[in-house]
Design a protein around this ligand. Structure first.
Ligand SMILES: Cc1ncc(COP(=O)(O)O)c(C=O)c1O
Length: 375
């Protein structure tokens, strides 16, 4: 059997990883400003994380959601505290798409309505409803097509008001900072407008925090910058530092009913141990504060390069827009300077490093980036 060839890959085999560095099979060291796509939140193979997972594996790795799991309760308590949502409820699953799928379903169960409002360039995942709410026809199969999703222009308050008049809106789903769409930060006024309209029309505000959440923006949820409370927050990527886990954090007004949501693997012992280790390190090492500080430094420095068209983002979720003729810079960073970064469009470099990135790492990147731009 061979692999189903759906990923364009770099010809690099990673054999070792620690903190913000990875090493290939030839021993070459790389600086990782990509974090396997915003997944590595506390740094690769963090000793506390390795120990907590290893200890858990020696006790029990998995049992289903048919028995009591104190680890899930510990996780809910701690996540409530760290995210500042102690009165919310936690449903655990395995990925970002699954988190959004459950959020959209729960919204519809709650208000009995069907229409979902999503935005241009949004990415919410690849499962049926999540992909239908994703603005990329290439990844929507005919079977996923539905009239239940309405796409609106980004940041268009008038279009949003009009949509609420025109449709029976069940939910509005929005990334606080669009990731795949090119690092576009939702304005505080737009997020507040969504909150107001959802309240007015009994619709559910879903904050997709899969990529922009978990401290990456310098606050736990990027939507927190607007001072609004969403009804449901979806999360995944940074939550397990590489161990597959996703979740939704659900406002108190939603009443659970047995069987309404469910999963075989979601919230298993190992996943909870991984997620607890991540939160413990985030707190212990003040990583949200670090993301805010190192991110602000990086953005300020990046804005000093004449050739950079725009620097967008918050904290350690940064998009660097370059002129089309400099689209090759990202490849040079990888092959010449041994620095992993992400890409949004060919000419937007995405930085999604560990939240523990140091100023020295930032300077290493800035020096390499400066060399490439001055070529
Ligand atoms: C904002 C956002 N939502 C949802 C997803 C889907 O997450 P997953 O790949 O874990 O299903 C992603 C993945 O990139 C994402 O960036």
């Amino acid at each position: 059997m061979k692999l189903f060839d759906v990923y364009p890959i770099n010809d690099i085999i990673i054999e070792k990883a620690l903190g913000s560095n990875v090493w290939d099979d030839k021993g070459t060291q790389y600086l990782d400003l990509y974090g396997g796509h915003a997944v590595i939140s506390i740094g690769h193979t963090h000793p506390h994380y390795v120990k907590r997972l290893t200890d858990q594996l020696h006790k029990v790795g998995f049992y289903s959601n048919s028995v009591k799991m104190p680890l899930q309760e510990q996780l809910a308590t701690m996540l409530g505290k760290v995210s500042g949502k102690e009165d919310y409820q936690l449903f655990l699953c395995n990925s970002g798409a699954e988190a959004n799928e459950n959020a959209l379903k729960l919204a519809s169960f709650y208000n009995g309505k069907k229409k979902i409002i999503a935005f241009r360039k949004a990415f919410h995942g690849r499962t049926s409803l999540a992909v239908a709410a994703t603005d990329n026809p290439k990844i929507v199969a005919p079977v996923n097509e539905t009239d239940n999703v309405v796409f609106l222009p980004w940041e268009d308050e008038a279009a949003l008001e009009q949509a609420f008049l025109q449709y029976e809106v069940s939910s509005v789903i929005i990334e606080g900072i669009q990731g795949v769409g090119g690092i576009n930060v939702a304005s505080e006024s737009f997020l507040r407008k969504i909150r107001t309209l959802c309240d007015q029309y009994n619709a559910v505000f879903i904050a997709d925090s899969v990529q922009c959440g978990y401290g990456r923006s310098g606050k736990f949820y990027s939507h927190d910058h607007a001072g609004v409370q969403a009804d449901i927050y979806s999360m995944a990527k940074g939550m397990g530092n590489g161990f597959p886990i996703g979740a939704i954090s659900i406002a108190p007004k939603f009443q659970p009913v047995y069987g309404m949501l469910g999963t075989t693997f979601g919230g298993n012992h190992l996943a909870c141990a991984a997620a607890l280790a991540v939160l413990e390190v985030i707190q212990e090492e003040k990583l949200i504060e670090n993301a805010a500080a190192v991110g602000a430094y990086l953005m300020e420095q990046l804005r000093t390069f004449d050739k950079v068209i725009e620097v967008r983002g918050r904290g350690l979720m940064i998009g660097i827009e370059l002129p089309a003729e400099l689209a090759h810079v990202r490849k040079e960073l990888l092959h010449t300077h041994k620095i992993f970064t992400g890409e949004a469009k060919p000419n937007v470099i995405r930085l999604l490093p560990s939240l523990a990135l140091t100023k020295a790492h930032a300077d290493e990147f800035l020096a390499a980036f400066g060399k490439e731009l001055s070529k």
